[in-house]
Structures are given as C-alpha cells and as structure tokens.
Design a protein around this ligand. Sequence first.
Ligand code: DAH
Length: 356
Amino acid sequence: MDELRTKYLEAIAAAADESALEELRVQAVGKKGEVSLKMRELGKMTPEERQVAGPALNALKTEITSALAAKKVALADAALDARLATEWLDVTLPARTRRVGSIHPISQVTEEVTAIFADMGFAVAEGPQIETDWYNFDALNIPGHHPARAEMDTFYTHRAERDDRPPHVLRTHTSPVQIRSMEKNGAPIRIICPGRVYRADYDQTHTPMFHQVEGLALGKDISMANLKWVLEEFFTAFFGTGVKTRFRASHFPFTEPSAEVDIQCSWEGGTVKVGEGDDWLEVLGSGMVHPNVLKAGGIDPDEYQGFAFGMGIDRLAMLKYGIPDLRAFFDSDLRWLRHYGFASLDQPTLHGGLNR
Ligand code: DAH
C-alpha cells in the first residue's frame, strides 16, 4: 500500500495537464484501477485482516482522490496565471489622444452672424432648399421674362413644359424665406434667414452651392435709416473693428429704393484687409421691401413697410478669416478643415467675443 501511495502521489505531483491527471485517476481509483482491485480482494480476507486493510485502503483512496482534486486546481491556477501574464494591461498608461473634430468656418460665421442679429432682436427663420418658382421668383417681384431669372443660373428640378406639376428650383437665394415668414407670422417682423443656396457657377469665388443670410424687418415706420444703422452695427461687431460702409444706389426687383453696400478694405500686400485702406468691397444687397413683395406675403403695403438685405456667408468667412479660395470650403480636405476649423466647444457669443 505504501508503494501504491508513493507511486500515485508522485505521479500526480508530476502530471503536466488535466488529461494526464484523468489517466492517473482511471489507473488508481477507476473501476478497474489498482486501488479498486485491491478493495475487491477485501472479501477474500479474514475478518481480522479486513479490519486493518479496509480502513487503510479507504484512507488511501481518499488521499489519492484529494491529491487529484488539489492538482487539478493547481493546474487551473497555473493556466490562469499564464493567460494573465500574456493578457496583461497597464491601466496606468496615459490614454491615446483622439483627434477632435472642428467647426467649419461656414458654421462658425453663421453662429457669429446669428449672435449679432439676435442681440438686435432678429429671430432665425428657415425655408426649404427646393422651392417653387413662385416663392423663388414671382413672389419676389421677378416676373417670368425678367433677366434676373436667367442671370441667376438656376437649377431646375424639372421644366414646367414637360410636366404639369408647378416648376421647382433649387433656391437661388434666401429671399423666398421672406415671403414664407410674412405668410406665417405677418407683421411686424424681424428675422434673419441663413441657409444654403444654389447657382450653376464654378470658379475661385463661386461654387454651385453656397450660403446666404437674408434679413427682413417690417413695422409701421421702419426706414432706410434703420437699415443703415443695423448694417453698420453688424459690420462693426462682426469684424471687431470700426468698418466704414458705402451705400450705393442699385436695383433689385424686390426692393425700392435699393442699395448695394460696400465695406472699406485694403489690398496692400496682395491680401484683402477689412476696415483699413481706401478700397471698397461689395458685400451686400438691400433696400426697402417692394410693395408687390409685401402683397405677395399677405401684408398690406399701406400699413407696413420695412427693409430687407441679403449677403453671402461664405464671402464674409473668406474676408474675416483670410481664406483665399471658396472652392476649398467644400472639398472636405482634412488638412484644410484642421487649419481653418474652430474649437467645437467654443460657441461664439457677443459677451464671449466674436473674433478668434
Ligand atoms: N437676393 C439677392 C441675391 O441673391 C440679395 C438681396 C439683395 C437680398 C437685396 C435682399 C435685398 O433681401 O433686399 O443676390
């Protein structure tokens, strides 16, 4: 029995894995194992012999079984240790930095413009980018034969003569939102409408999609003087410096009288600088809303009057942040976006400052 004990306890201690352990279990205490066979011999013994051999065999069986179990646990522990050693993670390492996205200059400037006009009591209004001919042209006093329709290089979604649905266009300006806002809210009203507009045109300063912001203020006694003050106030806040403006008489079908507005700039050194020098740069169209436009919006021109203006957001962004080519705005080039983009948690506000 001592031989058996030594043989199996040593073999168990030396077993390399679970299958070796299982083999030993079968050899020792399995149905036909050595210890089990010895137990069968108990029947042939005298009662005296059996009294000694019985408990000793039982004790041996228990000892081998618990050695097997203990070795099994030890093997599992060793396996786990080996696995932990290969899968070890240093949780104290600093995190890998991740690039944070940036705010596109168009979005930034839209926020800046909105903040300035909000401070003067203008709400933001929006309209669809696919417009009917009526909202984009007729309601704005641009009749079918008017050259403005051709000049605007309009994208048509389909041609009226091939279809009985009313003709739709990609809006060529944000001015149709004036009409929609008058219909919805009536007068008095004070809104700006920033958004995308479309024209078939492509070069360094033109892209088929670009952005405008429209302004509209209607009341009982709103005049050109209010228009001038609002715009001068806007440019000063937007560029962060006193900017001289020049109002030039002009013509738009939707305003009478109409004015184009230039801002003071210098071209010295080949790049444009706003607010200095004695050159002028045209940035905006404006005027007193034409009575026909008020009527189209459901407003009585004998009771209400007011001003409207429209300007290019992309143009403003190029001027303010020194971006030379408009086309790059829409190329989605990550290097460009990282260079000209703005911090995403740094919302422009009047009190926080509008110059980055
Ligand atoms: N809609 C004009 C354009 O796209 C801009 C404009 C000019 C808007 C005069 C106005 C305005 O509201 O009064 O060129």
